[in-house]
Design a protein around this ligand. Sequence first.
Ligand SMILES: Cc1cc2nc3c(=O)[nH]c(=O)nc-3n(C[C@H](O)[C@H](O)[C@H](O)COP(=O)(O)OP(=O)(O)OC[C@H]3O[C@@H](n4cnc5c(N)ncnc54)[C@H](O)[C@@H]3O)c2cc1C
Length: 388
Amino acid sequence: MTSSPAGVADVAVVGAGAAGAAAAFHLAAGGLEVLLLERASFPRSKPCGGGMAASMQGLFPFDLSPAVDSVIDQVRFTWCLDDPVTAVLPGDSPFWIVRRSVLDAYLVEQAQTAGATFLTDVAVESLQRAGDCWQLQSRGPEGKALQLKARAVVIADGSGSLLAARHGLGPSQPRYAETVSVEVDCEVSDPSTARFEFGLVRHGFCWTFPRKGGYSIGVGTFIGRDPANADAVLSQLLPSLSLPPLAGVRQPGCLRIWDGHHPLHGQGANAGLLVVGDAASLCDPFLAEGLRPALISGCRAAEALIPWLAGDSQALVGYSNRMRAEWGASMAWGKRIAQVFYRVPRVGYQLGIKRPTAPQRIAQILSGEMGYGDIAQRVIRRLLFQRN
Ligand SMILES: Cc1cc2nc3c(=O)[nH]c(=O)nc-3n(C[C@H](O)[C@H](O)[C@H](O)COP(=O)(O)OP(=O)(O)OC[C@H]3O[C@@H](n4cnc5c(N)ncnc54)[C@H](O)[C@@H]3O)c2cc1C
């Protein structure tokens, strides 16, 4: 199927996180010559709660269960560790907790089995057009300069992406959530319950996800660049899990969140470039769900690139349009909900989450059964007019 000149891959994928590895798998399985380039040594750890809708299995022909750490069937919400609401998730095992070091390495392995070439310790520094192909100026192990070539490039370099905005893809000034993640190794009291705590964090929330041998805990703020006082929050949260207030290894981070519809494919001089995952600012601005859009965009990017490389000039526009319909439409409502909810979180909790049907709706959103558009207008009206 490939018609690239010698030394030129069909597609280079920059970044082997969930988005890049998913794209590389589908591109290689579609018969293309794929170079998957990753700055880190693999397997690498990645601060992430690892909560993921089980419906993501539908994107892959291989079994994802080797990457699944635990299966969640209940979600528990609290306000200042009190006033709890519990929702039983719909369907069979709809929400999984994955370990990112395992999931990402597993997806890469599947991409390699499908024929992709995987290079670790290679950081792509810039992209330049050279005739019909892209030249990737890169640094390999020990800082060695490398020049790689491909007809198309999938930019999957995560929330710190330097390449996306430089080539006019995604927002020119991305918006960020501030996060602190904590991994605690301990005995887990309720391994099938995910917890969301809303009252302790200004403009955000904390999550506690059980995994094998411990918890993935996080603190996130979603409005402004207002770092949560994570140590103070954790010193209250951790004892509620029977853990010492200073337990765990803490890692601060920034997460690009969805902030409007933007082209996710390059045009004119940038033809042949696509952006996926966090680099495309796809992460949910209300609940920080980024794995689902990372995997969906990786798969959809591959589905668009295969016909584009075979001569269908409209296929990459189709990728931006499809992501807008399949993900962006729901996120536009998620952003509006976040802006109202996190400004009046106590009211939001009482009127938005403590309603009899609300936890179930949130669970359906997390499991991918519903989008924010299905609930948004009623939720926003309730929060703005503060009535039940
Ligand atoms: C604390 C925290 C908790 C989270 N919890 C959840 C959760 O429970 N559920 C959920 O759905 N989402 C969660 N998210 C969001 C989720 O982690 C991200 O949305 C997801 O990792 C996006 O995947 P990605 O492949 O786009 O980017 P990444 O996973 O960040 O992968 C990008 C890859 O690109 C590589 N790279 C970067 N620059 C270069 C370069 N120049 N050259 C080559 N390689 C490069 C990086 O090393 C990395 O491996 C969380 C995020 C944070 C910060």
